[in-house]
Design a protein around this ligand. Structure first.
Ligand SMILES: Nc1ncnc2c1ncn2[C@@H]1O[C@H](COP(=O)(O)OP(=O)(O)O)[C@@H](O)[C@H]1O
Ligand SMILES: [Mg+2]
Length: 405
């Protein structure tokens, strides 16, 4: 359905989405030559005050949440009877598209996306806004790896204790109060933040297993929080902060624990890295871990992580080149130290001990250090002697744009 409505000051370029009430376009604000996204209320609904009112509420709800995991609303207005919301444009795809295109989302990546969604919803709930329509089609994964919750079309401002669900029909009855597969059992009658916890519970199962609940197998560390989200009693569902805590713990755990090769078939694993148009940058670190775990060595489009390392200057050993391989010195020893100590030393996928430790290993060698709560560090030893690595702590609320290690 291509409804073209001219909005003063904007060139509409192409339609990028369409739903029950509105269509979304990529557009250009002519005056500043900036690409934006415009959501346009269907013209035939623009004669009905209740739809206009709802559309404006959507704009206000989204605009009032200032958070990196929520779409940024720039403007709301009316031009010649056309009501529109102007948003920042995010180049990427929805989580729904992503899961369809690349089935078998690696758990590290799924957990990372879910964590960002939980952060965004936590920010909404902090100002009493319930999204009510959390689902993969309303989550945008940008090509830079940012995660944005979109579509506050059903969002509701609730008072503590909840609010009765309203009954404005949008022509598509199931869209009145939510999307059935993600709707909490009580959502038709009463709306509290717990309906978003339910929907996120469904989303967690879907993103981690590829299927909607009931889940066959879940990561053991997340199963309790997911089960609690899917509790029929809304009071027993965890709040967003608690869900985020569980996801963050699991995300950090997976980045620091020694890796064993994942029990997946190689095909989807390989297909994940070069997502059309570029790697999901913020997930690069996660993808690198996952790639590392799979033992891939080929054309990784991933930049080498900057080593935080002070190594002694290499002696007369020439700078190593990929070919020919320099003849390894017979079992030289390297002492690996870190600040703080106690980091796991991983060489070629194998755990070699904890820092400080002296290891006998052919040179040159790539050493990886992992410690819970710290970013991974990489160092290259080209000569015998000590290597000192300073570990960088993982920020408490990492930005989605910040590499993880
Ligand atoms: N700010 C945006 N940047 C890029 N794409 C967007 C943006 N907002 C929405 N979209 C795209 O448009 C689709 C529909 O937007 P949404 O707000 O969910 O509308 P609807 O109420 O019609 O479902 C989304 O699934 C997404 O693909
Ligand atoms: Mg939508």
């Amino acid at each position: 359905m291509a409804i073209k409505v001219a909005i003063e000051g904007y060139d509409q370029l192409e339609q990028i989405g369409v739903g029950g009430m509105a269509a979304v376009y990529r557009a250009r604000k002519v005056s500043i030559d900036k690409i934006v996204a415009i959501k346009l209320l269907f013209p035939y609904l623009a004669t009905d005050a209740s739809y206009i009112d709802r559309f404006q509420r959507e704009a206000k709800a989204a605009a009032s949440i200032q958070h990196e995991n929520v779409v940024n609303v720039i403007d709301y207005g009316e031009s010649d009877g056309a009501f529109y919301i102007v948003m920042e444009y995010y180049d990427g795809r929805t989580l729904e598209q992503l899961m369809k295109e690349r089935p078998g989302l690696p758990p590290e990546i799924a957990i990372r996306i879910l964590l960002e969604v939980a952060y965004g919803l936590e920010a909404a709930h902090a100002i009493d806004i319930v999204h009510r329509d959390v689902k993969p089609a309303n989550i945008i994964v940008t090509n830079q790896g940012a995660i944005k919750i979109a579509d506050f079309g059903l969002a509701k401002l609730v008072h503590p204790g909840g609010e009765a669900a309203d009954a404005l029909s949008t022509g598509a009855p199931e869209r009145v109060m939510g999307t059935p597969a993600y709707m909490a059992p009580e959502q038709r009658e009463i709306v509290t933040p717990a309906v978003d916890s339910w929907a996120l519970g469904v989303l967690m199962v879907e993103a981690l297993t590829g299927k909607l609940p009931p889940a066959e197998r879940l990561p053991p560390a997340l199963a309790p929080v997911i089960d609690a989200c899917l509790s029929t009693d809304p009071k027993r569902r965890p709040a967003m902060a608690e869900i985020a805590r569980a996801l963050r713990g699991e995300s950090e755990e997976r980045l620091t624990e020694p890796l064993s090769p994942p029990a997946r078939s190689p095909a989807p694993r390989r297909s994940w890295i070069p997502i059309a148009g570029g790697v999901i940058a913020a997930l690069v670190a996660v993808a690198a871990v996952w790639q590392f775990a799979g033992g891939r060595t080929s054309e990784a489009s991933l930049p080498p992580p900057p080593p935080v390392v002070t190594a002694p200057p290499p002696r007369a050993t020439p700078a190593p080149t990929p070919t020919p391989t320099p003849t390894p010195t017979p079992t030289p020893s390297v002492t690996v130290r870190s600040t703080p100590p106690g980091a796991t030393i991983v060489i070629g996928g194998e755990v070699k001990g904890k820092t400080p430790a002296t290891i006998e290993v052919p040179l040159p060698v790539e050493i990886e250090l992992r410690r819970k709560g710290y970013r991974r560090a990489h160092a290259r030893a080209t000569a015998e002697g000590p290597i000192d690595v300073r570990l960088v702590p993982v920020p408490k609320h990492p930005s989605p744009l910040e590499p993880l290690d």
